[in-house]
Design a protein. Structure first.
Length: 95
């Protein structure tokens, strides 16, 4: 016969409590092992947690074109703004 709903909930709570206890004990052991390894190999936080290569910050870019009427600028990257999109020769807008 299968246990009823309340019995299963009680078993679940007991199992979750045991899991929490075991996790607490094992976590302490793992932390001790990791600290020992870090000390043995003289590791730093960057050695352990770095992603490998560092990302260089991407700037907004240098303005290459300027609208003489409004002073608005455009780097030449991405979608051209309305004030330059129909221009055949963009040299008149160069900064």
């Amino acid at each position: 016969m299968t246990p009823d709903y309340k019995t299963l909930l009680q078993q679940k709570a007991e199992i979750e409590a045991r899991i929490a206890e075991v996790l607490k004990v094992e976590k302490a052991d793992v932390i001790a092992k990791v600290r020992a390894l870090v000390a043995d190999y003289n590791l730093t936080a960057d050695d352990v947690f770095s992603s490998g290569k560092r990302k260089s910050p991407v700037g907004a870019g240098v303005a290459k074109y300027r609208d003489p009427a409004t002073g608005a600028t455009w780097t030449g990257r991405g979608k051209p703004p309305n004030w330059i999109k129909d221009a055949v020769d963009r040299t008149a807008f160069e900064v």
